[in-house]
Design a protein around this ligand. Structure first.
Ligand SMILES: [Fe+2]
Length: 359
């Protein structure tokens, strides 16, 4: 099986995993043969990629890092929570103990699943396909940061505080004007300052909630601080920045680089990884970048990629560590015709590399 971005899905493809909506309800069951109208429907509801069967990759077993229903529930809850916190008036059910009560057990479930997946490594779903929407971004960043937290053997309470703080780290953006957040062109200095205020706003929102720990609120305040003092809002350096904020910063930067933004195309995973490695020990925390490098496979198993020779290939062996180039199997030529599959270890392939990701 392999992941394919919806824009590359053709009628006749067979679903290898069910597709569900944001609330976890099944839209299309596993095994369904996709038709034009199904594809249109998936497009309409905003599905970005599907996992499909195909004979050339049937030996590739793709597991989600976090089970679909759990992820769907977390997305819904994050959406509701962020909207309520951003609006500034909470409904009765959102009163103080609500957040921890609702988010706590769900995050514990996520942590357990990530733990069982051995820190998720090669099974991490692709963040490349995610759009820039606040709650998708928040959920992705949270899965990644918890993977780093598990690698660093943080105790359970710390993992929970790290998870809650990361999930809500950008809540302050809801107080920034939409037209500034989504402005396609260059920002004026005033607009830039307005966006930067989201750290402070987020801290104010979270500090006011009795059941959110101080360390969780600090993540909102400090996730744009940089180790060399070049960040905002306070230009903190090194250990002045809480470890949780250091970890969130690494993942937040990676996720932002690999997501399409209104003003630029996404970087390829290995380009973004290179940029993170470049900042290791200067702008970004050494501990955080090292944990990222050791646990995250930036080209996860089953991801579809277009090679520089025009062939379509699928990742069949993910890699982590210093060299993130995976082993791939080419299955189609540039015209979309099946070819006799061949495998390529991109670490030893100077001539052929990844051109784009197609899932
Ligand atoms: Fe932020």
């Amino acid at each position: 099986m392999r992941w394919v971005a919806l824009k590359y899905v053709k009628p006749g493809f067979v679903l290898a995993q069910r597709v569900s909506d944001e609330r976890g309800r099944t839209l299309l069951a596993q095994g369904i043969v996709l038709s034009e109208s199904y594809i249109r429907r998936l497009n309409r509801v905003g599905v970005r990629a599907v996992c499909i069967h195909d004979r050339a990759t049937d030996d590739v077993i793709v597991n989600e890092m976090v089970a679909e229903p759990t992820k769907a529930e977390l997305l819904t809850l994050t959406y509701d929570t962020l909207s309520e916190l951003g609006s500034g008036h909470f409904s009765p059910k959102m009163k103080p103990t609500f957040l921890r009560k609702k988010l706590g057990p769900l995050l514990e479930d996520v942590i357990q699943q990530l733990r069982e997946g051995n820190g998720a490594g090669e099974q991490l779903g692709s963040v490349y396909i995610a759009d820039g929407e606040l709650f998708h971004h928040s959920v992705n960043v949270t899965f990644y940061v918890l993977t780093l937290g598990l690698y660093l053997n943080l105790p359970k309470d710390d993992l929970l505080n790290l998870g809650i703080g990361t999930l809500l780290h950008d809540v302050g953006k809801l107080r920034v004007r939409r037209e500034v957040l989504q402005k396609p062109g260059r920002l004026t200095p005033e607009e830039f300052r307005e966006i930067q205020m989201h750290s402070q706003y987020g801290f104010e929102i979270l500090s006011a909630l009795a059941d959110i720990s101080a360390t969780s609120a600090l993540i909102a305040l400090q996730h744009h601080e940089r180790m060399d003092g070049s960040g905002y809002p306070n230009g903190l350096m090194g250990d002045q920045i809480h470890l949780f904020s250091q970890l969130t910063a690494v993942v937040d930067v990676y996720e932002a680089l690999t997501a399409n933004r209104v003003y630029r195309q996404a970087y390829l995973p290995h380009e973004a990884f290179g940029l993170i490695m470049r900042d290791r020990g200067t702008r970004l925390s050494t501990v955080g970048v090292d944990a990222f490098r050791e646990t995250i496979s930036i080209y996860p198993l089953g991801m579809s990629v277009r090679l520089t020779n025009g062939d379509l290939a699928v990742v069949i062996q993910a890699s982590a560590g210093n060299d993130q180039q995976p082993v791939v199997r080419a299955i189609e030529n540039a015209r979309g015709e099946p070819i006799r599959p061949y495998e390529l270890d991109l670490r030893n392939s100077p001539d052929i590399q990844i051109e784009t990701c197609e899932s």
